[in-house]
Design a protein around this ligand. Structure first.
Ligand SMILES: [Ca+2]
Ligand SMILES: [Ca+2]
Length: 482
């Protein structure tokens, strides 16, 4: 099998994002016969309107500051058939995480849908084993509930199954989190893993550590290695270890790096290691994802070499995965029993109550007593909005974005509030305004979000295990012809 096929299956299409202009509330569509359109357009322009679309039997225009009845007033002409509001139509996000609380139900991360990993069954027992060289694993997370997870004790970093920070646990979940009733699901759910702990939360590793780890991965019978790590400068011993693992039929993937520039990060830049960049849920390449050149040498000696630049990308922006117990906060938001996308801002807690719309919440409002405040973004700080909700007797706050997408924010370092506060998506605003009951919860969780090429690399390692588990007779080689 050509690994490059996996790469091309994963390679993100870059779509240019539609310009995110502020929606115009004063836009109207006017139906009028083509032969009378000029007169009516002139009337519109006379009244201060700006023509936006000149269509077949209609035109659309913006009438600043006017409502529908005012526009009907200024366009009082017998040729006009109908004047109506120009409704806003938005692009949907290409891929989304399932909405809900992973502590109580299983959510499929967007990257799984994006890579179509949910359409292929992982064949357990096909001999796949992914070696995760990272910061160890919190084995207590209920999404690592199968027997085939092993690891090595390291005299420097300690037991592999004691987390050295959340990084390694998050990475491992993206590869293989169990397909059960809660948490998340990995690309190759339940794949055998071997964990090598080369660093802890504030630590780092050396090239020699990685060379040694690669040998341990081989000894453990791994056929895929994931390294969500890197640094500048090549090293001969390290390069040889990866080359040998690859020559023996293994696949090594590593993160491209998060500096958003064209610098090469090792081990990803070694020919024997597949370099993985990050894309977001809309198939755009993440701005932080490094992109070293595929060319080396100059002038006539310049050569093109796909093995020294990004070979695949996968979801690595706001990636939901496993955390060590209680090390993440996760938010959930529902209205009349339906879950909506949300992001926790601050203050652990849970509340269910009738909603109360507070506008932009710039003042205390007795109507919010005992209710969940639904608050529009804008004018004052998130903190002051939540503080006004709480001072009004509100029991929870939902701040709704004023542009597309979930509002990710915090209440700042000087937070004086205590009620759970959550950011929400503008697209869901009407659901909150019309709901009889809203539930908000911000709770310590074993699931949370991280962004980085470190999150993309394990997605590729997991997809490779998934695809390979269905085609065990083939030899995987990074050095195949393209
Ligand atoms: Ca799960
Ligand atoms: Ca490479």
């Amino acid at each position: 099998m050509k690994v490059t096929k996996i790469a091309s299956a994963l390679a993100a299409l870059t779509l240019s994002a539609a310009a995110c202009a502020q929606a115009d509330d004063s836009r109207f569509v006017i139906q009028v016969d083509n032969n009378s359109k000029g007169v009516v357009k002139a009337l519109a322009v006379q009244s201060g309107a700006e023509i936006k679309v000149d269509g077949e039997g209609f035109f659309a225009a913006s009438f600043p500051g006017m409502d529908l009845s005012q526009v009907k007033g200024v366009l009082n002409n017998p040729h006009v058939k109908l004047i109506e509001k120009d409704q806003i139509r938005k692009p949907f996000a290409l891929y989304n995480d399932d909405a809900g609380n992973p502590m109580t139900s299983q959510l499929t991360p967007y990257a799984v849908y994006q890579s179509q990993a949910n359409q292929v069954p992982f064949i357990a027992g096909a001999g796949m084993k992914v070696c995760v060289i990272d910061s160890g694993l919190d084995r207590s997370n209920p999404d690592f509930n199968w027997a085939g997870i092993t690891g090595d004790y390291d005299p420097g970093t300690g037991d592999w199954n004691v987390n050295g920070g959340p990084h390694g646990t998050h990475v491992a979940g993206t590869i293989g989190a169990s397909d059960n009733e809660f948490g998340v699901v990995g690309m190759a759910p339940g794949v055998e893993m071997h964990i090598i702990k080369v660093f802890t939360e504030r630590g780092w590793a050396y090239s020699s550590d990685l060379a040694h780890a690669t040998n341990l991965c081989s000894q453990a019978g791994a056929n895929i290695i994931n390294m969500s790590l890197g640094g500048g400068g090549s090293n001969n011993v390290e390069a040889n270890a990866f080359a040998e693992f690859s020559a023996n039929g293994g696949l090594i993937v590593a993160a491209a790096g998060n500096d958003g520039n064209s610098a090469a990060s090792y081990p990803a830049a070694y020919p024997a290691v597949m370099m993985v960049g990050a894309n977001d849920a809309d198939n755009n390449i993440a701005p932080f994802s490094q992109f070293p050149s595929c060319s080396s040498g100059r002038g006539k000696r310049a050569t093109f070499d796909e093995t020294i630049c990004v070979e695949a990308t996968a979801g690595g922006v706001q990636t939901l995965s496993t955390y060590p117990a209680g090390m993440a906060d996760i938010a959930s938001l529902s209205a009349d029993g339906t879950f909506y996308a949300s992001a926790g801002m601050e203050n652990d807690g849970e509340a269910t109550a009738a909603g109360y719309f507070m506008g932009t919440a710039e003042a205390v409002d007795a109507g919010a007593q005992g209710r969940i405040c639904v608050i529009d973004r804008g004018n004052i700080s998130f903190h002051d909005k939540v503080a006004n909700c709480e001072a009004s007797g509100g029991v929870g706050a939902v701040i709704v974005n004023n542009v597309d997408g979930v509002l990710y924010g915090t209440l700042g370092d000087m937070n004086s509030t205590s009620i759970p506060a959550i950011g929400a998506d503008l697209a869901d605003r009407d659901a909150f305004l019309n709901a009889a009951s809203i539930s908000v919860s911000v709770t310590p969780s074993a699931y949370g979000y991280m962004s980085g090429t470190s999150m993309a690399s394990p997605a590729v390692a997991g997809v490779a295990a998934l695809v390979w588990s269905n085609h065990t007779g083939v030899v995987v080689s990074k050095s195949v012809t393209h």
